[in-house]
Design a protein around this ligand. Sequence first.
Ligand code: NAD
Length: 477
Amino acid sequence: MTNAKTLAVYGNYVNGTWKNSTETLPVFDKFTGEEIAKVAIATREEVTEAIDNAYETFQTSKLSPAQRSEILLKVVEIVRKRKEELALTITQETGKVIKEARGEIDRGIQTLIASAEEAKRISGQGIPLSQHEDADKLAFTIRVPVGVIGAITPFNFPFNLVVHKIGPAIAAGNTVVLKPAEKTPITACKLVEIFTEAGLPNGFINVINGWGHTTGQYLLEDERIAMYTFTGSPTVGRLIKNSTGIRKVTLELGNNSPNIVHKDVADLDRAVELCVSRGFFNAGQACISVQRIYVHKHIYDVFVEKAVQFAKSLKVGDPKDPASDVGPVISEKDAVRVEAWLNEARENGAQVFGGEREGAIIRPAVVTNVTKDMKVVCEEVFAPVISILSYEDIEEAFKRANDTKYGLQAGVFTSNLDIAMQASYKLHFGGVIINNVSTYRADVMPYGGVKDSGIGKEGPHAAIQEMTDEKIIVINL
Ligand code: NAD
C-alpha cells in the first residue's frame, strides 16, 4: 500500500507485498460519495503471478495445525485492538451503519476463533471393512487440504464473509487467492495485512483486486486452483459453476426469505420487532434478510399496524452517526432499481408505506396487498423493503413460502410443536429457524442453501470439510 496524500492505494498482495498495477479503480464512501481509496485492476498476468505464488507456497511450505490455530488467534488479538478503525472502514465503503459495522467485526472474531479451534480438530474416520476377504485389512480416512483456493466475496459483509473463507481455508492448511468485491475491497486488504502481522508466512493469502468480469474471470480460468469458494449473486454463481469444470465449488447465493407468523405466536410484539428489524438490518442487504412475511389472517391487521409503526421509528441517514439504524444501499443505481420495483408494485395495487428514495437511501418500506409475481416478492430485493401477506391455513403458508426459486433460510413463529416440526420438514430451505427470523445465523452453524441459493456449506467446521479432501487409506496387515 502507498499513500498519495491521504488516499490509500492498494495494489495486489503477492508474497506478502503490495504490488502496484497499471490501472486502478476508485472506492467511494457510500454515503458522502467521496473517493476514499484506489485499488488495482489486476491483469491476467498479475492474477497468474498471484496464483504462481500461492501454488508454489502450497507445494513447499506447511504449517502444523497448532501453528495455524495460533496464527488465527493472533489475528483475533490484532482485530480486537483495531476494531474501531476496521468498523469505520466498513461503514465508509459499504454505507453500513456504524453499530452494525461493529457487530460485523464481533461476528468475524467469533468466526476466526471457531476456525482456530477447528484447525486442531481435523480428522478422518475409521472404516469398518466387513466383507470376509477384508479380515486382514485396516482402513481409515485422513483429511488433506485441497491446495490453492480461489475465494470470491460480495460487497455486503466485507469483513465477516471474507473471514468465512480465509479463516477455514488457512485452518485446513490451504493457500488462498482472494478476490474481494470491487465496491468494498479495503476491509479485506487491511485484514490480509493483519494475517501477515499475526505470523502467517508470505504466500498463504494473496489478494487480487479488480472487476469481476476481468480479474475474477481470470481467476476462474487457472486450472491450478483446486477449489472456488464464492459468495454473491446467483447470476455470477451460475457462471462460476459453468466455468470451473470438475473442480470443487461452493456457492453461497441469494434468497427472498420467507417468514411465517402463525396465529398462535407466543409473543406477537417480539415477532414484529424481529421481522421488521431484520428486514431493514444492513439496509436489507443480507442474503437472509426478512423479505416475505406470511401472517395468519387473525393477526394480520395488528401485525401490519405495528410493523409500520416500527418502521417509522427507525432513524435513517448518516451511517457514521451512532444513532442511525438504516444507511444507504450500496449505490444510487441500486436505489433507483428498488424505487422502480416499488413503483411497479404500487401500479399493480400494492400499498407502500415508506420507501421514498433520496440518492442511495431508501426509507424502510412496508408493502401490503402484494401478489406473488411482483418483483418485491419474487425476486431478491436486497434493500430495506418487506412485504406482508395474509394466509388462512398453515399448509397454504408452507406452499407459498416454498414457491420461489431460492432456498437459503426461512423463519417460522408458532407455539405449536407439531407445526414447528412440520415446518422443519416441509420448508425446502437450507435452514429453518423456529421462533426467530430467517436472518438468524450463528457463525459456527452449517450454513448454505438449496435450489438457486447455492451448493455446499459454510461455517468453519462445514467449510473445512469442503476445503479438505477425504482420502481413504487401506493397510493390508
Ligand atoms: P456479485 O455476484 O455481483 O459479486 C460477488 C463477487 O463476484 C464480486 O467480488 C465480483 O467482483 C465477483 N464477480 C462478478 N463477476 C464475476 C465473474 N464473471 N467471474 C468471477 N467473479 C466475478 O454479488 P454482490 O452484488 O457483491 O453481492 C450481493 C449478492 O450476494 C446477493 O445476491 C446476496 O444474496 C449474495 N450473498 C449471499 C450470501 C450467502 O451467504 N448466501 C451472503 C452475502 C451475500
